[in-house]
Ligand binder design. Structure first.
Ligand code: SF4
Length: 191
């Protein structure tokens, strides 16, 4: 029974994915493709400013299809996933702009399954406008019941990958010399 429902949900996700791809204006897709090249020409100066612009661009793309996704305020299953990746550069961004101090000593890398992100407060993200890219790219095209801890990481659904933004973030982090990828719970703790 659950298998049939899962197949239906995957089909639904594929249809939504196709709608999303049709919703994004061609101009934005071209701009997105060029991001790694534009960022690659930059210098170490103002990497945090470039990161802010990259986030804004990601938000602009997401806004073009937000009506097709099922995520909403107060839904936070994905804030307790096994892995919530953050670049070291993004740690600096949160520290500077969201005024959150990282731990003095990082926790060791491990799975943080079912352990909520330290910035999840009363079901909402405390640093929403400064959240890392991993959180911006994570959205659901099916019912939130598929995101619940008991199903969330065992069933696979189609994903949308914005390769230009991802490669741009890698490039920027490398230029800044802050390309280490950590888990947000290694770095920050609840206040
Ligand atoms: S930073 Fe915000 S959106 Fe990302 S996992 Fe933490 S609480 Fe959730």
């Amino acid at each position: 029974m659950i298998e049939v429902s899962y197949r239906q949900a995957v089909e639904q996700a594929k249809q939504v994915q196709a709608k999303i791809l049709r919703s994004i204006p061609d101009g934005l897709i071209v701009e997105e493709d060029n991001i790694p090249i534009v960022i690659g020409r930059g210098s170490k100066k103002d990497c945090l400013g470039v990161l802010a612009r990259l986030y804004k661009f990601s938000d602009r793309i997401n806004a073009t299809f937000s009506k097709h996704i099922t995520c909403g305020k107060g839904c936070h299953y994905c804030c307790s996933l096994k892995k919530i990746q953050i670049f070291e550069l993004e740690v600096l961004f949160i520290q500077k702009y969201a005024k959150k101090k990282p731990r003095d000593i990082l926790l060791v890398q491990r799975d943080f399954e079912h352990q909520a992100c330290p910035f999840l407060v009363e079901g909402c993200c405390e640093i929403y406008s400064h959240r890392p890219y991993a959180c911006r790219k994570h959205f659901s095209m099916v019912s939130a019941r598929w995101c619940q801890p008991e199903t969330g990481e065992s069933f696979k659904f189609p994903m949308l990958v914005f390769d230009g933004i991802e490669r741009g973030l890698f490039t920027l982090s490398r230029i800044a010399g802050k390309e280490r990828i950590l888990d947000i719970r290694q770095v920050f703790e609840a206040e």
